[in-house]
Design a protein around this ligand. Structure first.
Ligand SMILES: [Zn+2]
Length: 299
């Protein structure tokens, strides 16, 4: 599949949110990983958003040690799937060394795929799990800021930090996350001239040591990417493009942003250093596990 060749990042980058087990990558997952490594995206965190995607994210991480890592959790769109049985399974899954965070978890009152009370219960259970394991959180919130913040505050003293992934909110939402102590994940949403303009201002207010980068692929293809892949599928090789847009908005050299953001991701998620920005390609190990169906979602 022809994919636009992206500029290489001037310093190593980490994609902290990539849905790499999504079935849209089934036909060329190894090539997607190789392209990311080629442009300097040296490590990736695969988002687990339900039982199946969490298991697959861990399996894929095991096939690419040191490069790929996983999160373990249940997205609010899947909240009703968090049965006592799945919760019992999630503990050992999240304890695996490849799993760097609990999540994607949180609240989504925008799409409302699950009742709010089920979402809140699933969120509580996963915050308790993160506290028990001492692992940070990979958090999702859409149109649910008040409840989200209240629940998070309740658990915060027991928690090991986390990231508000795919932040697209307002200045006051940003302030409340920063006050609490969260890191902020910025995606290619900032490249959207219709919906993302306000983020060009807001990213300037995020301390460099709490600004994390993510594609959220296959979703959220940066709208200003030229040329765009025919598939319209987002992938981690486009992270340098997103980083460049953020650096320009902040008035920072892209290299400084990359270094600070990578250091911030390593600190929060205890990612190991990897020394091979100069020669990023490592032999890719056999075929990757495929992915099951995943609800189409916005972030
Ligand atoms: Zn999300």
């Amino acid at each position: 599949m022809p994919v636009p060749s992206e500029p290489r990042s001037p310093a190593p980058l980490i994609d902290i949110g990539i849905n790499l087990v999504h079935d849209s990558y089934d036909s060329d997952r190894d090539a997607v990983i190789a392209r990311a490594l080629d442009v300097g995206v040296v490590q990736m965190m695969i988002t687990g958003s339900c039982g199946a995607s969490t298991r697959k994210a861990i399996a894929l991480s095991l096939a690419h040690p040191g490069r790929l890592f996983a999160t373990a959790g249940v997205h609010p769109h899947h909240a009703t799937e968090l049965t006592p049985e799945l919760l019992a399974e999630l503990g050992p899954l999240a304890r695996a060394p490849e799993v760097l965070a609990v999540g994607e978890c949180g609240l989504d009152y925008y799409r409302n795929y699950c009742p709010h009370e089920a979402q809140r219960q699933a969120f509580h259970r996963q915050l308790e799990l993160a506290a028990r394991l001492g692992k940070p959180l990979f958090l999702h919130q859409r149109e649910a800021h008040g409840d989200f913040l209240a629940i998070l505050r309740e658990h915060w003293p027991q928690l090991a930090g986390g990231v508000a992934h795919c932040f697209t909110g307002s200045d006051s939402e940003l302030d409340s996350y920063l006050d609490l102590g969260l890191a902020i994940g910025i995606t290619g949403w900032i490249c959207d001239e219709r919906r993302g303009r306000h983020l060009l201002e807001l990213v300037r207010r995020i301390p460099a040591d709490r600004l994390l980068l993510e594609t959220d692929g296959p979703y959220l293809l940066p709208r200003d990417l030229e040329p765009k892949p025919a598939s319209r599928r987002n992938e981690p090789a486009f992270l340098p493009h997103i980083a460049a847009v953020i650096a320009r908005a902040r008035g920072e050299p892209p290299e400084a942003l990359a270094r600070a953001s990578t250091a911030a991701a390593r600190r929060l998620f205890h990612l190991p250093e990897i020394d091979s920005h100069a020669s990023p390609r490592r032999p890719l190990v056999r075929g990757s596990p495929g992915a099951g169906a995943h609800d189409e979602r916005a972030s």
